[in-house]
Design a protein around this ligand. Structure first.
Ligand code: PTT
Ligand code: SF4
Length: 612
């Protein structure tokens, strides 16, 4: 194989064994890499019903055939496992040198299974892997850990680490890299912590062999130039995703006071321009020429890397209108290895619960010092409240009761990202049907929706959700390329089959990537969920939070609006029909067979009856 390495590293922590396995070329062409590999491996190797934080769970780290090659925004990897937050398929995407170095070390993917007796880290260098003692780094923050590993193994390593959040198995702990990259929202850091793995370090020196190196070189030069020449390039470099704060506020979709208001009175204090005034630098993922990591000095004089999601969820959503202070909270999330979205949602939920006397502690909106101590309590699971909030909003609301399930902002247990959907049914559908819970990554249709027919419940919206899921959740997550050059600057999708051809020698047309590979991955992740929940699976799991249906927006241009449950239900029916899933949201037998997933159908039919 060219492009692909053809090898997976399997690390069994319980047995203390490290094995190199060659995989079948079919896996490569049917699933490409990244999420495709992860979903297939997890479906094949996990028994349904296992404890996500037990040794039976497996963690898959997977790259794609372009990862580690120079080329626009190709330095990313997918990290996946059964999620402790949702109980279903979970993954995240991180831009990191670890992606580059894993491939240079000779592997397309790595499977981590079992559980170590004592804290360890995994060191991989040029086709060999070692399980080493984590004495001296267990208990450290993610930043300290990475610094310590660089002192031992050199500055050019790529490292995936967890902070105290992962060690203490906070349900929304993430995996962190390079101080400001964090991925695996559905608790991938907790899974790593449950295995007692503090870090995974990669170092490689082996070039990746390409089918047509000359064409590849020419293409990437042209591709970088194409991106640099795009209209929005300059502004993107200035603000990156932070430009979304103003847009979200103007359009009444900024999460505010636990998704109640849609607009924030202090939005101009935390927006992209405020960030520009505080900006001291810019970071990015490997090989990216539109680096979007905005580095500012926070209120405590330390560096913090800001994205829209972090600022919205730890700013407006908890009523904190002070960029320097929001930056402290965001930096704490990175240091402690907690997902900033779920953290902001859980804290916003706790503030509302406190306001409504469902919890006895007083936690005022925007109380910076209180939030700081609460974040530490969560990361270290300290005190009753810290322990409870470490479980995420779905479980906290189940414990508190009092109607709080209606304003626990999640789908399937994963907290909604930073877009209020009272007025945008298409975006609500995107959250509802995402394969990992309420993440915007698969189908960020909201910008298109607001420009077209904002509040309508139309078939066109279903088509857009599916189109985006195919492109973003299917194609980008399996090639494992950053989607931002495409969605933000208009770098066209046609580049990717060309790059793939030059790297692998195989012609994989865009249609194949979108209608076969992507749909296959979607059917497979859905099958994973359905197999886990069996008879308990219901279309109600594909519903956005009740707040958006029951409680109108209280402020802004769309004050008074809610989603309509009957119309949403009809939209969901159209979605299922177009996907070839039945009215329960379960892939039909014919759909699975068409996508080459006959074996998956056989498995699934042991748990639920499949419709023809
Ligand atoms: C991603 C989610 C996002 S999506 C953001 S900001 W965004 C939050 N970032 C966090 C953070 O930072 N620290 C923290 N402690 N928690 C955080 N939680 C949130 O996590 C990220 C970029 C961004 S910035 C986006 S949109 C794009 N996401 C991509 C994706 O998912 N796939 C893909 N093929 N390309 C993408 N490109 C962009 O990457 P999760 P990163 Mg992250 C500090 O991982 O689990 O998917 O959650 O990966 O390397 O930091 O890049 O406005
Ligand atoms: Fe990473 Fe941003 Fe570049 Fe994407 S655009 S590769 S997220 S730095």
């Amino acid at each position: 194989m060219r492009g692909w390495r053809g090898k997976i590293l399997r690390v069994n922590l319980s047995k203390g064994k490290v094995l190199t396995e060659e995989y079948d070329a079919n896996l490569a062409t049917k699933y490409i890499g990244g999420r495709g590999f992860a979903a297939r491996i997890l479906f094949d190797e996990l028994e349904p019903g296992i404890d996500p934080l037990g040794p039976e769970n497996k963690m898959v780290i997977a790259a794609g055939p372009l990862t580690g090659l120079p080329g626009p925004s190709l330095g990313k990897l997918v990290i996946a496992a059964k999620s402790p937050l949702t109980g279903g398929y979970g993954d995240g995407n991180i831009g990191t040198m670890a992606a580059v170095q894993m491939r240079r070390a000779g592997f397309d993917a790595m499977i981590v299974e079992g559980r170590a007796e004592k804290p360890v880290y995994i060191y991989v260098e040029d086709e060999r892997g070692y399980i080493l003692s984590a004495d001296g780094i267990w208990g450290k923050t993610s930043f300290e850990t990475e610094r310590a590993l660089k002192e031992v193994h050199g500055r050019d390593i790529g490292a995936l680490v967890i902070g105290p959040g992962g060690e203490n198995m906070v349900k929304y702990a993430t995996v962190v890299s390079e101080g400001g990259r964090s991925g695996g929202r559905p608790g991938m850091g907790a899974v790593m912590g449950s295995k007692k793995v503090k870090a995974i370090v990669f170092k490689g020196s082996k070039d990746i062999s390409l089918a047509d190196p000359e064409t590849y070189d020419r293409l990437i030069k042209e591709a970088y130039e194409d991106i640099r020449g795009k209209d929005g390039y300059g502004f993107w470099i200035r603000q990156g995703t932070m430009m979304i704060i103003d847009w979200a506020n103007e359009n009444g979709v900024l999460p505010t006071y636990n998704f109640r208001e849609g607009v924030f009175e202090y939005s101009d204090i935390i927006n992209g321009f405020a960030m520009e005034a505080a900006k001291i630098g810019r970071r990015g993922c490997p090989y990216c020429n539109m680096a979007c990591g905005n580095v500012v000095l926070d209120f405590e004089g330390r560096e913090s890397e800001l994205d829209y999601e972090n600022v919205a969820m730890l700013g407006s959503n908890i009523g904190l209108g002070h960029l320097g202070k929001v930056s402290v909270l965001s930096r704490m999330a990175d240091e402690l290895g907690l997902d900033a979205i779920s953290l902001g949602s859980t804290i916003g939920f706790a503030m509302e619960a406190s306001e409504k006397n469902l919890i006895k502690e007083r936690i005022e909106w925007g109380d910076f010092e209180r939030v700081k101590s609460l974040i530490l309590d969560i990361a270290y699971r300290r005190g009753d409240l810290g322990k409870l909030l470490a479980e995420g909003v779905m479980r906290v609301s189940q414990v508190l009761g009092g109607g709080s399930q209606d304003w626990a902002m999640h789908v399937k247990g994963l907290e909604t990202s930073a877009y209020d959907c009272h007025t945008v049914p298409g975006m609500a559908l995107a959250y509802a049907t995402s394969p990992i819970g309420a993440h915007h990554k698969d189908a960020w249709v909201i910008s298109w929706e607001i420009k077209t027919d904002r509040t309508g419940y139309t078939e066109a919206k279903v088509d857009k959700v599916i189109e985006f899921q195919r492109v973003r959740g299917g194609m980008f997550e399996s090639i494992v390329a950053c989607r931002l050059p495409w969605i933000e600057l208009g770098f066209t999708l046609e580049w990717y089959p060309r790059l793939l051809k030059a790297a692998t020698g195989i012609e994989i047309p865009l249609e194949e990537l979108l209608y076969n590979v992507a749909d296959r991955i979607y059917a497979l992740t859905r099958a994973f969920w359905v197999r886990e929940f069996g008879q308990a699976w219901s279309r109600l799991m594909d519903y956005p939070p009740k707040r958006w249906f029951k409680e109108p927006l209280t402020k802004g241009p769309y004050k008074g609006f809610t989603l309509d449950a009957t119309k949403f239900d009809a939209l969901l029916n159209i979605y299922y029909e177009k996907r070839g899933w039945d009215s329960r949201g379960i892939p039909r037998l014919t759909t699975l067979e068409r996508l080459g997933l006959k074996d998956v159908a056989q498995q699934l039919s042991k748990f639920v009856t499949l419709t023809q």
